[in-house]
Design a binder for this molecule. Structure first.
Ligand code: HEC
Length: 171
């Protein structure tokens, strides 16, 4: 009798462990937190959005990796990822006829420059073996440039035509 009981308990706990594993594997994390996406300003043309989208896809994972490496004080990886961000081709101010012409605010381009500057400073701090406080501060500044650009993109009015195209301003 005792023996049978023990076997039932064993089976039960195996079942519970199995059920737990199933719950852990299939827990609906993704259904609770939707995929992160920035959206687009009102009336933003689809062609312009396509032109931007590919360039912006990698940002999210890069900041996540950077943050993790800074937290772990893995200066070598911080310098590597920071350099990747620094080396990314930047978006030139659109010329007349470009899909993005007249769609992006000036602060977008300022934030883009600020991101490059911030990534260079972070690389310098990491490669130069600067303090953990310095690393954390540079990471924070870098993240600020991401947020500033997103804010400008969503909320600032687009810049008017390039200055050189404005006859009143040509000297
Ligand atoms: C120069 C402006 C600019 C900077 C700087 C910038 N972003 Fe973005 N980001 C955008 C724009 C514009 C989009 C939306 C693109 C689109 O519609 O797909 C975007 C989209 C994203 C998305 C959503 C991607 C998706 O799949 O929809 C993430 C995540 C993101 N950015 C993270 C970051 C992080 C992190 C940084 C800083 C390391 C950063 N961005 C810096 C302009 C910028």
């Amino acid at each position: 009798m005792h023996h049978t009981h023990a076997r039932v308990v064993t089976h039960l706990s195996t079942f519970v462990a199995g059920a737990l594993a199933v719950v852990l594997i299939f827990r609906p994390a993704r259904t609770i937190v939707p995929e992160a996406s920035l959206g687009a300003p009102e009336r933003f043309p689809a062609a312009a959005r396509v032109a931007l989208h590919q360039r912006m896809l990698r940002h999210g994972t890069q900041l996540g990796e950077l943050m993790q490496r800074v937290v772990l004080l893995d200066r070598e990886s911080v310098a590597r990822i920071g350099s990747e961000i620094f080396d990314e081709p930047t978006l030139a101010r659109p010329l007349p006829g470009d899909a993005l012409e007249g769609q992006l605010p000036e602060r977008f381009f300022q934030a883009q420059d600020a991101l490059r500057t911030a990534s260079r400073r972070l690389v310098t701090a990491a490669a130069g073996g600067q303090s953990s406080e310095a690393l954390a501060m540079e990471l924070g500044k870098l993240a600020q440039t991401c947020i500033a650009c997103h804010d400008a993109y969503l909320h600032d009015p687009p810049a008017s035509a390039p200055r050189s195209a404005d006859p009143a301003r040509v000297h």
